[in-house]
Design a protein around this ligand. Structure first.
Ligand SMILES: [Zn+2]
Length: 176
């Protein structure tokens, strides 16, 4: 494994929102194709026979690209990420294995398994809500569930030290 394998490049969309981490090789190709602007470099280089190429740390797409706007797939993990691993009723963060997916409009009453009808809930809240709506159970949702356009790139549980310092200024807009 090469020393350079540790580097990842943060991809921002045209509006400066973080999209995802990509490989620096992909970033260099996108740069050669004039599809991105490099906004931040690492203090490191990749040596090619002809020259030294600085490693891109943060890059921004020049234009809206359909390929990056497919949206976020609906999975248990992505619902938990959207909700910040936080029970959407009581606000507790008991850890991902202790969280359930709650149907806001209960499944037994036709509530669909969709971004707009599913939230992270701790086992206790899920149990006490039962097959009632939040209103019937007098349990208020902390925020209305929506389909996210992006997921946070810095995930809960990831050590801060693992996030390259070159990225930090660009991650603040996450969830903003
Ligand atoms: Zn709860």
């Amino acid at each position: 494994m090469s020393r350079l394998d540790a580097y990842r490049t943060l991809l921002l969309d045209a509006t400066w929102h973080p999209v995802r981490a990509i490989s620096w090789k992909r970033a260099i190709i996108l740069d050669m194709e004039d599809r991105i602007d490099v906004v931040e470099y690492y203090d490191d280089f990749v040596h090619t026979p002809n020259r030294e190429v600085p490693l891109p740390a943060v890059v921004r797409l020049r234009q809206y690209l359909k390929v990056y706007s497919r949206g976020v797939s609906f999975t248990r993990r992505n619902v938990l990420l959207r909700d910040g691993f936080e029970c959407q009723y009581c606000g507790e963060r008991p850890g991902s294995s202790e969280l359930t997916l709650d149907h806001v409009m209960p499944r037994s009453r036709g509530g669909p398994m969709t971004w707009e009808n599913v939230v992270a809930a701790c086992k206790e809240c899920n149990r006490s809500k039962g097959s009632r709506t939040p209103r019937e159970a007098a349990m208020e949702l902390r925020k209305p569930p929506r389909k996210p356009l992006y997921l946070p790139i810095v995930r809960p549980g990831v050590e801060h030290a693992e996030t390259p310092r070159e990225w930090l200024d660009y991650l603040r807009v996450v969830n903003g």
